[in-house]
Design a protein around this ligand. Structure first.
Ligand code: SF4
Length: 364
């Protein structure tokens, strides 16, 4: 992944951001055509595999346990229900499934083993599998890679300077570390930001500068508009203008010509014309399906109609890199073996006439 050497400073990026809009879009569209097929837009689906109850305090997030929102907390989905949802997303044209869990960090427990199985299963459906599970260490990243994970999403959200106004429970540096761990394990990196949280334009540029300063910028950069949810600290933020989203997409495209710029949350507030300008300016992916984790999103049919009107083609899976191999996971296999042995022992005991001990409790 390369960066554009013409725009690798705060000053040049800021001047680019402030260009007359149509000139900016034209420049972005020109670069987009050099590196990507402008008719292709990837349809991705985002599935919340574990919802709510998160211990973090991200000011925009209705899944943080400390905020009182309408989000209903759910335990981790079963592997079978994830497979069913993945098949449905694929049948509707999605070539990538991003599975999100509202965790502060990955823990080495049965839930993570189940996520490993989900990754194996969805990769076997020949869909790009992306996970967003919070912070993770190098060993966890290696397990995900071994299971066939294509991408790991971990957003920086905003500039280093503004970050503390939005999140206090983990450091910017910790986020960079997780991104590094994914990269070291050979997983492609998806990392982007949210605009409309009350940040200055300089913070939007600061976010891009953080990616500029990386050894390799992210393979994909999602650009989100804040969806202000009642009960979160950012509930009163005014929605951003559509033009701001178009500018941000265009500047990101120009600065990181090889990365996939993903037009992500906030599309329900954009009309088709504004989305068309985003595609023109280099957005190469949308999230399809009526939910984006917990916030609303246009449904599959609306997007199919938009693709037809704009002459867009859904991008196939693995256009940006080979499909990873899903290898067996020794920890999952050992657990399954143990469970099977236990089930056999129970069956044998039952056949021999032993009944499991009944525990009775006396109520007061
Ligand atoms: S964005 Fe992620 S880490 Fe932050 S509160 Fe929401 S679920 Fe937790």
């Amino acid at each position: 992944m390369k960066v554009n050497p013409t725009y690798n400073t705060k000053e040049t990026l800021l001047a680019l951001y402030n260009k007359p809009l149509l000139e900016l879009v034209f420049e972005a569209a020109t670069i987009h055509r050099q590196f990507h097929n402008p008719r292709e837009v990837q349809m991705s689906s985002l599935l919340s595999i574990k919802t709510g109850g998160c211990s973090e305090d991200c000011g925009y997030c209705p899944q943080a346990a400390r905020y009182s929102t309408d989000v209903e907390a759910h335990k981790l989905m079963t592997v079978d229900s994830v497979i069913e949802q993945a098949k449905n997303a694929k049948a509707n044209g999605s070539s990538r499934l991003c599975m999100g869990a509202a965790w502060r960090e990955v823990r080495d427990n049965k839930d993570f083993d189940n996520v490993i199985e989900m990754v194996q299963a969805v990769n076997n459906l020949e869909m790009e599998v992306c996970c967003t599970l919070g912070m993770m260490n190098e060993d966890q990243a290696k397990r995900l890679k071994n299971a066939g994970l294509f991408a790991y999403n971990h957003n920086l959200d905003t500039s280093k300077e503004f970050y503390g106004d939005v999140i206090s429970t983990r450091e910017y540096e910790e986020r960079l570390e997780t991104i590094d761990n994914a990269r070291k394990a050979g997983i492609t990196v998806c990392s982007g930001g949210i605009i409309g949280m009350g940040e200055a334009v300089e913070d939007r540029i600061g976010l891009l500068m953080s990616y500029m300063e990386m050894e390799t910028p992210p393979n994909s950069i999602p650009i989100n508009a804040l969806v202000a949810v009642e009960g979160t600290p950012l509930e009163d933020q005014k929605p951003i203008e559509q033009w701001e989203m178009i500018r941000m997409v265009a500047v990101t495209r120009i600065a990181f010509p090889e990365s996939v710029v993903r037009l992500s949350a906030g599309r329900t507030k954009m009309n088709m014309e504004a989305q068309a300008l985003c595609f023109m300016a280099g957005a190469g992916s949308i999230f399809a399906g009526d939910k984006l984790l917990t916030t609303p999103n246009p449904d599959f049919n609306e997007d199919k109609e938009m693709f037809e009107i704009l002459g867009l083609i859904p991008k196939a899976a693995f256009a940006e890199g080979e499909q990873p191999v899903s290898n067996p996971d020794p920890i999952v296999d050992a657990r399954k073996k143990k469970e099977a042995e236990r089930a056999e022992q129970l069956l044998a005991a039952k056949q021999a006439g032993f009944e499991p001990r009944k525990v009775t409790t006396v109520e007061n």
